[in-house]
Design a protein around this ligand. Structure first.
Ligand code: ACO
Length: 284
């Protein structure tokens, strides 16, 4: 069945040099997340995830916003009018694509070009790395309109920044700029908007040089071990590496060979040359 264009146009994407540039595409509504956008984003992630020509996904926004959070009209008011079924359905669609993005097969980068509010903290945390424009604005604005930072936003704040900062941020609803967001740990780095895409492209190119099986194993490991004891983490990591070996047992051997035997590179200073390596099976 054909999908309504008012749904497909909510997300735009291009693929260039191994990078999928995915955009929230409702600039007139400051890229707020409506149920239509949430459904379309899941379709786009589905389409892109296992493509061989994509090694990194960047999530950014068209216009002045990254995303102004949930669409107060279409996500809250209109779905609540349908009762609990409408509310829960809308939650499943948004939380669904954020979870899909958290465990995405390829490394992901949030490129926060502008406003980032409330529900936007879900996809912000879902992305493995985050770079912001210094001019961007981050806020848990929920308190300003009378709710708590739900949909994971409170959890994201305490995961990424300190207790005191998270509490102040959530209770006052004051926003912070990209520079402060970087100081607080909400993003890796802030650069002037004019340089944001160049910086993110540079990071994407670094990731594209790495072994893709190792990238997926690493991103999952960093997320998983947060909640584990030291012993459990050690055990998980042994098993995760052994599972990764079942998809690519040659890469790491080539990595050792190119250093020890060929003296072709130094792992402390950069990645081995995968073009000289056996082709790897795609990891699942
Ligand atoms: N939900 C629905 N519509 C929105 C949202 C949103 N979250 N954000 C912006 N819009 C709409 C506006 O209603 C307006 O629509 P209209 O042109 O039909 O009147 C349009 O987008 C443009 O918005 P402006 O407010 O005119 O844009 P401006 O650039 O001046 O301000 C800002 C941008 C600061 C982001 C402002 O729109 C805003 O405060 N938005 C709400 C942010 C927010 O609190 N989001 C909810 C977080 S809580 C949560 O996600 C659970």
């Amino acid at each position: 069945m054909a999908i309504d264009p008012s749904e497909t146009e909510t997300v735009a994407f291009t693929v260039e040099d191994g990078v999928a540039w995915v955009k929230f595409n409702r600039p007139d509504k400051r890229n707020s997340m409506s149920p239509r956008l949430n459904r379309q984003m899941m379709r786009v992630l589905d389409d892109l995830e296992f493509r061989d020509d994509i090694g990194v996904l960047v999530l950014t926004g068209e216009g002045s916003a990254w995303t102004a959070g949930m669409d107060l009209q279409e996500y809250f008011r209109e779905t609540e009018a349908q009762g609990l079924k409408g509310t829960r359905g809308a939650q499943r669609e948004s939380y669904g694509w954020w979870a899909r993005l958290r465990w995405f097969q390829k490394p992901t980068i949030a490129m926060v070009n502008g406003w980032c509010f409330g529900g936007g903290y879900g996809p912000l945390f879902a992305c493995d790395l985050a770079f912001a424009a210094e001019e961007a604005n981050f806020g848990l604005s929920e308190i300003n309109w009378g709710i708590l930072p739900g949909g994971g936003a409170a959890k994201v704040a305490v995961e990424l920044t300190s207790f005191r900062r998270a509490m102040y941020h959530a209770l006052t609803g004051e926003s912070v700029d990209g520079k402060t967001a970087a100081e607080w740990g909400l993003v890796n780095e802030a650069v002037p908007l004019a340089r944001l895409k160049a910086r993110v492209s540079q990071v994407a190119q670094i990731l594209l040089q790495k072994n893709p099986v190792a990238l997926k194993a690493t991103k999952d490991a960093i997320r998983r071990v947060r909640e584990m004891t030291y012993d459990n983490a050690q055990d998980y990591l042994i098993r995760a590496q052994e599972a990764a070996n079942s998809y690519d047992n040659e890469g790491r051997k080539d990595g050792i060979k190119q250093f020890i035997d060929d003296k072709a590179y130094k792992p402390g200073l950069g990645a081995y040359d995968r073009s000289k390596s056996q082709p790897t099976k795609p990891a699942r």
